[in-house]
Design a protein around this ligand. Structure first.
Ligand code: AMP
Ligand code: MG
Length: 521
């Protein structure tokens, strides 16, 4: 197995002089060297051939002992020295001080085809940033990360990738619901891949310590290596940097809202500066279209990270990043201008996205009302988001209102919930919709094709992830494999997999793992 190693981060930025691997505060350093804990009996469950390819690895590499050893943390790849990053963050709206890679260890940077990647093991043992936790990860959360990261990529949502999913062969003690019932679970390690794992919280850390020197070093490094199109100098350079992050973050959120993804823990330490989805923890997929839904039981009271609040929270997090960068910029006004533009830009992009979801090419002012009415209607009774939008594409210009309603009604969880008023409201909306698509130049078939490129047929429904976990726990990985393949083509019909184009079964409504997940596991 041959990787093209590059060590920009550790070569150019200050290291923690101590290599003592115990939880501690690390000052004036951008990383700490730390060696993964050797797993007792690692085994490969699944690897993404496509991610391997990105790194220049072949199918036979994936099958090699080197692959197993390096990506389980058993051996360190030659000429590399693994390291963990410190960062800080706001968790659930509160300042949390130093956090950091508590159970993530960066192996190295790799280049292939003129692109560079950082490889990171998640669950490979404690680091100086593990605080009170053990540094390990369990099989269930690792399956959720591996499957979802790749599914998001194929949906066209910016994300970290996942190279491999391995069992460590060790057991890990977890209290799933934090209710005093700990139990042993299988330990696992995922290898994540991203341009870097630098987060909003990486900058907040130095800001909070008034450490302008290291803040500047990290920011200059990040711009030089990861934002090569920024050519400006001085304050403008930092403003361009912030502007770029604001833009990619906004785009990412629009994608989340398009596919019905709820991150669940949008703390500032879980916000990548690349505008890619990072840290798949208690995330979930909207089944019933409910903007107030969050899968995260830790957030059940305030629902800070509910589906409908994600755009606002991204902005809140950008404010925190702006605060940190202010230390380099010393002028609040241009930062505020960028932040103020976010809401306007978001509204515009959100509308464009929704227009695409409902198949409109011509832009009309009054579409905003039609879209708003639709999102209100979707909340009247339990309605499956994925099924609704996918089926909407089957409506034809000449359909009667009744026929149009028949086309979408599969999306209702319980048709009996539909009162006469609700039905009338739907008829009214469908009539407007029918008039509106009749003004479009696209034929029914063309419109459907176009809608099918933005309305996925298959997403990793919460109960699907849980089914694959239950089987994997018994040593059967067939569903992990099946879902991985299915979700590589989420927009294709895949008739053999029609059974996964289905509403959440009733047993999954309130089941742990399906609708209720807790933060770190
Ligand atoms: P999360 O909510 O998963 O983003 O985690 C918040 C912080 O806790 C991050 O700094 C993680 O690295 C750390 N953390 C989460 N789980 C563990 C664990 N099992 N061991 C050590 N640190 C952890
Ligand atoms: Mg995290």
């Amino acid at each position: 197995m041959k990787l093209h190693i590059q060590n920009n981060f550790t070569t150019e930025l200050p290291a923690d002089p101590s290599e003592i691997n115990i939880p501690r505060q690390v000052e004036r350093a951008c990383f700490s060297y730390v060696t993964p804990k050797q797993p007792s009996n690692p085994s490969l469950i699944h690897a993404s051939a496509e991610v391997a390819n990105l790194l220049g690895l072949s199918q036979s590499d994936i099958q090699s002992d080197d692959f197993l050893n390096v990506f389980s943390g058993k051996t360190v790849y030659p000429n590399t020295k693994p390291f963990a990053l410190p960062y800080a963050g706001h968790q659930f709206g509160n300042w949390a001080g130093q956090l950091g890679d508590g159970r993530a260890i960066n192996l190295t940077e790799v280049t292939h085809d003129n692109k560079s990647y950082t490889l990171q093991l998640k669950g490979a043992g404690p680091t100086p940033y593990s605080r009170t936790a053990d540094g390990f990860a369990v099989l269930r959360s690792s399956i959720r990360e591996h499957l979802c990261a790749e599914a998001m990529h194929y949906l066209g949502v910016p994300t970290t990738r996942s190279l491999s999913l391995m069992l460590s062969g060790d057991e890990v003690l977890r209290d799933i619901l934090y209710n005093g019932n700990p139990a042993y679970e299988k330990g696992a390690v995922v290898c994540r891949v991203a341009p870097s794992f630098i987060r909003f919280g990486s900058f907040e850390l130095f800001y909070s310590r008034n450490d302008r020197v290291n803040l500047k070093l990290l920011t200059d490094f990040t711009i030089k290596h990861h934002f090569p199109t920024i050519k400006s100098e001085g304050i403008t350079k930092y403003l361009d940097f912030f502007q770029a992050i604001t833009r990619t973050t906004l785009d990412m959120i629009v994608h989340w809202q398009r596919v019905g993804f709820v991150h669940g823990v949008m703390n500032t330490d879980n916000m990548s500066i690349h505008g890619i989805t990072i840290d798949y923890g208690p995330y979930g997929w909207l089944e019933d279209y409910d903007p107030n839904w969050t899968p995260n039981t830790t957030d059940r009271q305030n629902k800070r990270y509910r589906f409908g609040n994600q755009p606002e929270i991204a902005l809140w997090n950008l404010y925190k990043l702006a605060n940190a960068l202010y230390l380099l910029i010393n002028d609040a006004k241009p930062l505020e201008e960028i932040l103020n533009a976010y809401s306007v830009d978001y509204q515009k992009e959100y509308l464009n996205m929704m227009r695409n979801k409902i198949g409109f090419k011509i832009i009309k002012e009054e579409d905003a009302i039609l879209i708003e009415n639709l999102t209100e209607l979707l909340q009247l009774v339990e309605t499956d988001m994925t099924i609704f939008f996918r089926n909407l594409g089957n409506i034809q210009k000449e359909d009667t209102t009744e026929a149009a309603f028949d086309t979408i009604k599969e999306a209702f969880y319980n048709e009996k919930d539909i009162t006469e008023t609700t039905l009338n409201n739907w008829h009214t909306w469908l009539n407007h919709y029918s008039d509106r698509i009749s003004e479009e130049i696209l034929t029914d078939d063309e419109r459907k094709q176009q809608m099918n490129t933005v309305n996925p047929k298959y997403v990793l429904r919460n109960y699907m992830a849980q089914l694959s976990i239950d089987e994997a726990d018994k040593g059967d990985y067939s569903l992990v494999n099946e879902f991985f393949e299915l979700l590589k083509k989420p927009y294709d019909e895949q008739p053999d997999s029609q059974k996964w184009f289905a509403k959440r079964p009733d047993w999954a409504r309130d089941k742990v793992g399906c609708s209720m997940l807790s933060c770190s596991s």
